[in-house]
Design a protein around this ligand. Structure first.
Ligand SMILES: [Zn+2]
Length: 500
């Protein structure tokens, strides 16, 4: 039986987003628990679809002794502040330095964290942790499919295991795979030879969905190669594009019993992805066109047409308060449409003060200064109020105890808008039921999410249309003012090459 330390520090950093992640943001629970250090950690994450929960369950079943470190996450945003980064990494390193007789370390990281003072958040964290625990201790790290993997991360961890699904329905499963990898490494196996490759093109966010198309095929190849002779682990990361630093983009990492085995698997996966470059092209509609098409489809459907307000997704760093898609629905009188969730704590407060059935005059949304967006000034009817406590029931947010803060369902000209006081992407039907909206019975659902909503909503949807209305999760990378990518990287599939 082994003695294993367990912790995590997760942030997906959109360096073009409007707000930074402070220490306070890491303290507060959102979709998942806030900062939890030491005792109480395993209880706080139990049963949730996240990496650490899967790891703990699998490692405890093996009879290992687990030592809790710090674990935290914050909603994606712009840079993690230097203060937050140093405090959280400091806690993990400080606790590790006090521990003796460890056999292994598991960390639940994201892989696309950029701090104010550190480009490669995870690489630097792993460098410090490796310095603290020494070269001999096996370290396994699980990462998000949107990790921007760096050579430093590969160097300082013995194995990186990356999610294989987007929507990420396999976060806990990836934790379980990580537990198996750590077991093998502790037993002296596990394949210590590494091969790391970065792809020469960026994959637009919504093109990384593994429910169809090229990403589905690439991850089928990952699963096949993971079982190849001499290969102990292999992972592919689609990368997170809105991160202006040299390691942004798709990558892969393979581990083998020999360098030749690791290299061969890496080359095969590289070719599988590169050969599908054209198929990764972006498909998205402007808001007015998307609404027109949704109304046409909805007229003959008995299931909802879902519009993905993909660029205003809180899960990608947005504040989820832009009004572009809402305006398009109002302009075309899309009665029966439901917009969810628009982040506006002041509007939620005003709705609660007015009460259900009242009419409130609001300056709704548009507070983030997103180019092309503005608040919507109107009188809304307050249909329903909520306390924002929601437990996820869908495959992505399964078991998550979300705290949306004060919520409200408003109505204007037959269009409903769900308001929340914390930024959590709309990726679970329970978030709508919380306000009395039965998702399957709606005509049009306009959801502030890029892809994760598909896990719970695709089964009830007549059709899903990806919308490009104002928001900082820019899908077409040509619109991002990149300055620091690596020269030669194609910023869109078969698209233009970045030159500094
Ligand atoms: Zn992700």
């Amino acid at each position: 039986m082994a003695r294993i330390a367990v912790g995590g520090f997760q942030h997906e950093t959109n360096t073009f987003a409007p707000s930074k992640a402070t220490y306070d943001d890491f303290l507060r629970p959102g979709a998942w628990p806030g900062l939890t250090r030491g005792e109480g950690l395993f209880e706080a994450v139990a049963g949730i679809n996240i990496g650490i929960a899967g790891f703990v369950e699998a490692a405890q079943a093996q009879g290992h002794t687990l030592v809790p470190l710090a674990w935290t996450q914050a909603t994606p945003s712009a840079h993690v502040t230097e203060d937050a980064y140093e405090r959280v990494v400091g806690q993990i390193v400080e606790d590790l330095e006090k521990l003796e007789d460890l056999d292994g370390l598991y960390l639940d990281l994201h892989g696309a964290m950029v701090a104010e003072h550190v480009d490669d958040g995870e690489g630097e964290m792993l460098r410090r942790i490796r310095a603290a625990v020494g070269l001999g201790l096996p370290i396994v790290v699980s990462l998000d499919l949107h990790a921007n993997v760096t050579a430093e991360m590969v160097e300082h961890a013995d194995c990186l295991e990356i999610y294989r699904t987007y929507p990420h329905v396999d976060m806990a499963a990836t934790g379980k795979r990580s537990a198996a990898q750590l077991d093998a490494l502790i037993d002296g196996g596990g394949g210590r030879h590494k091969a790391f490759r970065q792809l020469p093109f960026m994959i637009p966010l919504t093109s990384g969905c593994t429910l169809h198309g090229p990403a589905q095929a690439v991850y089928a190849e990952v699963r096949r190669l993971a079982k190849a002779p001499g290969v102990s682990a292999i992972s592919f990361a689609c990368g997170f594009c809105p991160a202006d630093f040299p390691d942004a983009g798709a990558s892969l990492v393979a581990y083998g019993d020999t360098q030749a085995a690791a290299d061969a698997a890496a080359e095969a996966l590289y070719d599988a992805a590169l050969g599908r470059e054209e198929a990764f092209a972006l498909v998205a509609l402007p808001a007015d066109e998307a609404v027109r098409e949704a109304m046409r489809l909805a007229a003959g459907a008995n299931k909802p047409v879902v519009l993905a307000d993909a660029q205003d997704n809180a899960g990608g760093g947005a504040n989820s308060d832009t009004t572009g898609l809402l305006r398009a629905l109002l302009a075309q009188r899309a009665e029966g449409a439901v917009v969810a969730n628009l982040y506006d704590p002041a509007a939620a407060e005003a709705a609660h003060a007015a009460g259900e059935g009242a009419t409130v005059s609001l300056t709704l949304g548009g507070h983030s200064g997103v180019p092309g967006d503005a608040p919507l000034q109107a009188d809304f009817k307050v249909l329903r109020l909520g306390d924002g406590r929601v437990t996820g029931t869908g495959p992505f947010y399964k078991g998550a105890h979300m705290q949306l803060g004060r919520t409200a369902l408003l109505e204007l000209d037959g269009v409903k808008v769900a308001i929340a006081s914390s930024k959590i992407q709309l990726a679970d039907q329970a978030m709508l039921r919380h306000l009395g909206v039965e998702p399957a019975q709606q005509k049009i659902l306009a959801l502030k999410s890029s892809v994760h909503f598909r896990a719970d909503f695709q089964p009830i949807a007549e059709e899903i249309l990806v919308v490009a209305s104002p928001g900082p999760v820019v899908l077409d990378n040509r619109e991002l003012p990149f300055q620091r990518l690596r020269p030669g990287l194609r910023i869109m599939p078969l698209g233009e090459v970045f030159q500094p």
